[in-house]
Design a binder for this molecule. Structure first.
Ligand SMILES: NC(=O)N[C@@H](O)C(=O)O
Ligand code: NI
Length: 166
């Protein structure tokens, strides 16, 4: 019998144990620039990629919609860097995470990210790979390039898996 995980709305407070929420919202420091023509929502997330001669990479991930029911069978982490996803589409997507450290399958949480909300996984935060919903979705991704292995993956045993109620 697979257990069900109900996603919660993505907020900076709820996501704090896992990283940052990237959004042009009222909580951000706003700076008027370009002679007032632009508002800079300043310093929204910690880009942590310099470990072991790492350098920042900017990529676009084009993710196919995940099949339903969404079953969480695998989790991954990047032990030496953060990884940020900013949606380029105008549709919600799914974020599945667990706190850094030894993976506790019971600590896995799911969030529905609204259009305009990005996430920045802090170094070592367990997460499911990019989960697009309903249509092919593009994400701008900021993460680390450089030497060393920066991807740990864990396959969950059947009784550790979750089905996400989305
Ligand atoms: N493997 C890879 O580059 N992508 C994953 O890290 C992911 O979180 O989608
Ligand atoms: Ni990742």
């Amino acid at each position: 019998m697979t257990r069900t995980l109900k996603p919660q709305p993505l907020t900076a407070q709820a996501f704090a144990p896992f990283g940052d929420v990237i959004e042009a919202g009222p909580a951000a420091e706003q700076r008027a620039i370009n002679y007032g023509a632009t508002t800079r929502f300043h310093d929204l997330a910690k880009v942590d990629v310099a470990e072991d001669s790492g350098e920042p990479l900017i990529s676009i991930f084009r993710s196919s919609p995940i099949e339903r029911p969404v079953r969480v069978k695998i989790m991954e982490r990047h032990p030496v860097s953060s990884q940020a996803f900013m949606p380029l589409s105008d549709r919600p997507y799914l974020v599945v995470v667990a706190p850094p450290g030894d993976l506790d399958p019971d600590a896995i949480r799911a969030f529905i990210a609204a259009p305009g909300q990005g996430v920045n996984y802090a170094r070592g935060t367990w997460h499911h790979y990019s989960l697009a919903l309903d249509a092919v979705s593009d994400f701008l991704v900021v993460d680390r390039g450089g030497p060393g292995d920066n991807l740990d993956e864990v396959e969950l045993a059947d009784d550790q898996q979750w089905v996400v109620d989305v």
